[in-house]
Design a protein around this ligand. Structure first.
Ligand code: PLP
Length: 403
């Protein structure tokens, strides 16, 4: 990464000379993550990267910036570790870190032109849906919501030459709707549009959207990538360095929604254990989904890993090795019973967010408010790393106490 605070993306020398992956062994993704790409410090021998708090960088005597960095609104060497690792895990060409998932997601839309047509899911992460239908529309984007798991509907929404972006979230909050990335990429590309995928819930452990044809992949790194509920961060990874990527970079650098150095450092630390955390959470989520489906107080379990879930076949094809750590339950007895169940838990934490080591439970309709498409009897569960039996026992007693 080379950087100009104007966001013009000039070329310079790569200052990162100590990444053995350049000519090293062809390590598997879990190995790359555990070792943060195998980085060691050439000067000190340290095996853990430092934090760089510097806001500015020396110019050479002839006024050039041969070391490639000018000012910290554009770049920081602390970013490289999380950014390079995510580029490798997502099999992309470059990654940018943002101050939040929302900053990353909105940067993609802000890189388009007023009047551009964008196709987005009707049911998706609620704050982005709200921003798209309010701020993005006021800014001039022509925002169209579709059922993104309905390919015929998606195809009908495309306006060749005018549609510039298709946005998917898969599995999508909080019904865990699974959308077909490869098919959506074909439809988007045939119309001359980019496809961007919010892959926060799937993580690169289970899905690589770029390898399926997507152009951009976004994460709320606040969730699984960091994994410890102590950093707010967002990422975008691109399949190629094209004009849209240049404009996205400009939005980041000019608007300044950058990640702090300490947060970037915490993020690379969290990502080292990504695979074991995500795989353990997904194994517990699958076991809980099966047990809760048979629970007398549960009307329905929504989880892509259940064979009777609408998107199961697609998920089994598209998600490699697991279905993620998120599920929702619909509680018998409606809204009151759902809210009462959340009130009775002792181990699960009643809190928003997902992807941390501690399990969270949330009545989503209360959070999303008026206009939410979420059923009022739905509780969203983010499965953490506690013992499966403790997680089930706590939900069981809460469901029975609320019934
Ligand atoms: N995308 C998804 C799927 C999310 O769950 C969230 C946050 O909950 C976001 C995007 C926004 O991320 P952040 O809270 O880091 O801004």
């Amino acid at each position: 990464m080379t950087d100009d605070p104007k966001g013009d993306d000039p070329k310079g020398d790569d200052p990162k000379g100590d990444h053995p992956e350049d000519d090293g062994p062809n390590w598997r993704p879990q190995t790359l993550a555990a070792q943060a790409m195998g980085w060691t410090d050439e000067t000190t021998g340290a095996i853990i990267p430092p934090i760089h708090p510097a806001t500015t960088y020396l110019r050479d005597a002839d006024n050039a910036y041969r070391r490639g960095r000018m000012y910290a609104r554009a770049d920081n060497p602390t970013y490289d570790h999380a950014s390079d690792l995510l580029t490798a895990l997502e099999e992309g060409a470059d990654t940018l870190l943002f101050a939040s998932g929302m900053a990353a997601a909105t940067a993609v839309f802000l890189a388009l032109d007023p009047g551009d047509h964008v196709v987005v899911p009707k049911v998706m992460y609620w704050a982005l849906r709200a921003w798209l239908h309010d701020s993005a529309r006021r800014w001039g984007l022509d925002v169209e919501g579709v059922a993104s798991d309905d390919l015929a509907g998606l195809a009908a929404a495309m306006r060749p030459g005018q549609t510039k972006l298709v946005w998917l979230e898969t599995p999508a909050n909080p019904l865990w709707t699974v959308s077909d990335i490869a098919a959506a990429a074909q439809l988007a590309h045939a119309a001359g549009a980019h496809l961007a995928v919010d892959s926060t819930v799937a993580t690169p452990v289970f899905t690589r959207p770029l390898s399926l044809g997507a152009d951009l992949v976004m994460h709320s790194a606040t969730k699984y990538l960091n994994g410890h509920s102590d950093v707010v961060a967002g990422t975008l990874t691109t399949a190629r360095q094209d004009a849209l990527w240049g404009r996205i970079r400009q939005v980041l650098v000019q608007q300044g929604g950058i990640l702090g150095a300490f947060e970037a450092w915490l993020l690379q630390r969290g990502m080292r254990s990504l695979f074991v955390r995500v795989e353990a959470a997904a194994a517990s989520a699958l076991a809980l989904a099966h047990r809760l489906a048979a629970h007398p107080r549960v009307a329905q379990v929504l989880y892509p890993g259940l064979p009777d879930f609408a998107g199961h076949q697609l998920a089994a094809r598209q998600m490699r090795g697991g279905f993620g750590g998120m599920l929702s339950i619909r509680v018998k007895g409606g809204e009151a019973a759902a809210v009462a169940t959340a009130a009775k838990v002792r181990l699960w934490k009643r809190a928003t967010s997902l992807g941390g080591v501690e399990s969270l439970i949330e009545h989503r309709a209360s959070v999303e408010g008026a206009g939410s498409p979420v059923p009022v009897d739905l509780l969203r569960l983010s499965v953490g790393l506690e013992a499966l039996e403790d997680l089930y026992a706590d939900l069981d007693q809460a469901l029975r106490a609320a019934g």
